[in-house]
Design a protein around this ligand. Structure first.
Ligand code: NAG
Length: 290
């Protein structure tokens, strides 16, 4: 169930999903005040930031794990499958990090100009999620139609079926590798960078109700996370971390916290936004890593 969140939100964004059998780190949403992350807490995100950055690289280079600095930053990684065309279907890869003891699923984000034009599109329609991809989900949970479409195109590529092989992966280390998505006892962590608002209030509440830890990191004046607007009925789940101009990382409690230490207060409209902030740097890591 928890991975459904991951499957859903990964469609257009630079994201990393890490799965481990270890106990989860304390989730950021448990904190009530806006607090600054310690340098140790910031550093703990770095492997995932590099995985997200590597997701922009050609599948030929991520399957060989020779994509350059983003790959070298996590030298023990064992890739299992890579795919996408970087165009209609974003690049992605899946593998195992023995240092972290985690399965990593990483998915490329859309380039800034394309995602801004998609999000600013006046034709913003919400739709329910495809029951084939999200069995049993309530139809009151709605997401941006562009995300729903992109998701149903790309998810089957890296997801396989629930216990089946990655049938459509372009580059696989093992043709019949099985990638189980519903292992009991597996902790799922979702870390996204510069996420737009994906769905409605019911969607945000649904994500918050899952046991998976969700963190969405917003850089400075990136306008993408404030789109589509709250007034259009879009809401973020909890778990925001906002990188301030000072470089401090603030943990923002609740959904769409309006404090000026968080993205909603800091970037009230897209005119205060700075599109180049979408690409980072996130603790020194630029998001297109290739
Ligand atoms: C925003 O953060 C403050 C802590 O400074 C908290 O009291 C408030 O409830 C939060 N707002 C929302 C909408 O969660």
């Amino acid at each position: 169930m928890t991975l459904i969140i991951a499957r859903r939100v990964v469609s257009l964004l630079a994201v990393v999903v890490a799965m481990t059998r270890a106990l989860p780190a304390p989730t950021l949403r448990e904190r009530q005040a806006i607090t600054a992350l310690s340098s140790t807490q910031i550093s703990a995100f770095k492997p995932y930031t590099n995985y997200a950055s590597a997701a922009y690289c050609q599948p030929e280079s991520t399957i060989a794990w020779n994509c350059g600095v983003s790959c070298q930053a996590n030298p023990t990684f064992k890739p299992v499958a890579s795919g996408g065309d970087g165009n209609t279907n974003q690049f992605w890869f899946v593998g195992f990090d023995p240092t972290l003891g985690e399965v990593i699923v990483s998915h490329q984000g859309t380039n800034t100009q394309d995602i801004l034009s998609l999000l600013e599109d006046v034709d913003i329609i919400q739709e329910s999620l495809a029951p084939t991809l999200f069995p049993g989900i309530s139809s009151s949970i709605k997401v941006h139609s562009g995300f729903a479409g992109s998701q149903s195109r790309s998810a089957p590529d890296w997801q396989g079926n629930d216990y089946g092989p990655l049938t459509r992966c372009r580059y696989c280390t093992a043709r019949r590798h099985f990638f189980p998505l519903h292992l009991p006892g597996v902790t799922v962590r979702f870390i996204g960078y510069g996420l737009p608002r994906v769905g409605n209030q019911d969607f945000a509440d649904y994500v918050d109700a899952q046991s998976a830890s969700v963190t969405h990191i917003n850089n400075k004046e990136d306008p993408v996370p404030i789109l589509p607007g709250l007034f259009l009925g879009y809401h973020h789940p909890s778990g925001e971390v906002h990188i301030q101009d000072s470089g401090e990382w603030a943990s923002c409690p609740g959904q769409d916290n309006e404090s000026d230490q968080c993205i909603v207060g800091d970037v009230p409209t897209i005119f205060e936004g700075q599109a180049s902030d979408h690409d980072g740097p996130y603790d020194g890591v630029e998001m297109p890593g290739c």
